[in-house]
Write a protein that binds this ligand. Structure first.
Ligand code: IMP
Length: 461
């Protein structure tokens, strides 16, 4: 059996910590989408590890697999592996030959397109890592795959086809002067060929490339436990999120099958754990009906939504929860928990269990709210609507809960679920009832040991 970890909201729900917790008994931890736009902070033996590409299980000596659904920036990959080695770890990371490669021009194009969109307040607020342009080339059948790096002739052919197109795009459409870019080699076939051929040799020497589908199937046949680590979250899924304010991949559970080459039956036979943060944060643009307070200049179109006046409370939660982007350091927008969003998420993913994080961050508040439903054009909605325009007009109807005291959370984690303050349990059980999924874990602090474990998913036992 497998365990799939999925972000139920907008990313940054604390998935890394849960992967770390349940991944303990897993032999292999695989990512199935995204690239170095993800930010995973793992705290292990008092040491903080910030990873953006390497699966967080690698911190704990698991085999990490980057599946075919991922986009790989090899520069980041080797930098992260190197920094883990410097800290005394020996990560074993395998990369799918079918995964696509983020090339330097993808990052340049990501930045330029955001700049152009921002002239009309239409920017997505991407992480600038070249994610969208790389998936565009994948869908456009002009991408470079990891397997292509291993064969210099194929690599040269691919580059000779795609690079002149990108150069024409940046010069003729965007009017940029390539020679003035920070990385003028980003559009130079020969320079790219040399760098990426060498990367291919390095990947081959270190035996890092795999057929992910076969590798994972064999691992399971040998009785190994596989965990799938989703990056980002359901509401920024390209199909099920709030398009166009989304990432370009499928963080939802279905992505685990497509993005690794395992059958949907395998994923469905296992557990699918939804990771929920006890409140809401968002980096980047787009609606947020339960928003408490935004970040200046971030959301010009949606400032009216939510109780956006409540800057003080938003700032308090942001500081208590350390709500700054792991990858970019950007301050996150903050809101109350949003049930219509979570009901949509539960339907799309089919959660068999929930891990609810950051309950400690809300401690000490007199009252805590949850957006129970929306009102749109005089109608009550229990789940978020499919268009972002409609979602942007939704007004949240709140349910108010009594707050809970700040307590010794480490002791609570040790004693178990019943030691959680009663008002917090009421809050948690409301979420579980509404989503019809049991609580498997409650995060009460950043460390792995600061988690109340209620249930261990079967696949991880
Ligand atoms: P991209 O993935 O860099 O293209 O960014 C697209 C959108 O997804 C932006 O709103 C980003 O802020 C958001 N995003 C990407 N990765 C993460 C993440 O790991 N956590 C939260 N938001 C993310």
């Amino acid at each position: 059996m497998t365990v799939t970890i999925v972000g139920a909201q907008l990313g940054d729900e604390g998935k890394g910590g849960v992967v770390d917790l349940y991944g303990d008994t897993a032999d292999v931890v695989a990512r199935y989408q995204g690239g170095d736009n993800a930010g995973h902070t793992v705290v292990h033996d008092g040491e903080k590890y910030k990873l953006s590409l390497v699966p967080s299980g690698a911190v704990r000596g698991k085999v990490g697999v980057l599946g075919n659904g991922c986009v790989i920036n090899p520069r980041t990959l080797f930098d992260e592996i190197e920094s883990l080695r410097e800290k005394g770890l020996d990560p074993d990371v395998r990369v799918a030959e079918r995964a696509h490669v983020i090339l330097p021009f993808h990052r340049v194009l990501d930045g330029i397109e955001e700049d152009v969109k921002s002239e009309d307040d239409q920017e997505v607020g991407t992480t600038g890592r070249g994610i969208g342009p790389t998936y565009e080339d994948k869908a456009g059948r002009r991408g470079v795959r990891v397997g292509d790096l291993l064969d210099p002739d194929v690599l040269r052919d691919r580059l000779e086809y795609v690079v002149p197109q990108k150069r024409a795009l940046i010069e003729d459409v965007y009017g940029a002067d390539v020679s003035e870019l920070d990385d003028p080699d980003a559009f130079d076939v020969d320079a790219l060929f040399e760098e990426y051929r060498e990367i291919g040799e390095r990947l081959a020497e270190q035996n890092m490339t795999v057929n992910a589908s076969a590798f994972l199937t064999d691992a399971m046949a040998e009785g190994k436990t596989v965990m799938f680590e989703g990056a980002q979250g359901t509401i920024i899924d390209i199909d099920h999120g709030n398009y166009p304010y989304v990432t370009s991949s499928n963080p939802t559970a279905g992505g685990a099958a497509v993005g690794t080459g395992l059958s949907p039956n395998v994923i469905a036979d296992g557990e699918i754990i939804g990771i929920v943060k006890g409140y809401l944060t968002r980096v980047g643009s787009g609606p947020l009906p339960t928003e408490l307070g935004g970040v200046e200049g971030d959301t010009p179109d949606y400032d009216e939504q939510g109780d956006g006046e409540n800057e003080e409370l938003a700032t308090y939660i942001r500081e208590e929860g350390g709500e700054y982007g792991t990858v970019t350091g950007r301050p996150r927008r903050v809101g109350w928990l949003d049930m219509p969003m979570l009901r949509h998420s539960a339907r799309v993913n089919g959660f068999t269990g929930l891990a609810i994080n950051h309950i400690d961050v809300l401690a000490g508040l007199d009252e805590v709210k949850i957006g129970h439903s929306y009102e749109l054009d005089g109608e009550e909605l229990l789940a978020m609507p499919p268009t972002t325009e409609e979602w942007g007009r939704c007004e949240a109807t709140f349910k108010t809960f009594d707050g809970w005291d700040d307590v010794d959370w480490a002791a609570v984690a040790e004693e178990g679920y019943d030691a959680i303050p009663e008002n917090a349990r009421t809050y948690l059980e409301y979420i579980s009832d509404e989503l019809d999924a049991p609580i498997y874990a409650v995060g009460v602090g950043p460390g792995r040991e600061e988690t109340v474990v209620v249930e261990t998913p079967t696949g991880a036992a």
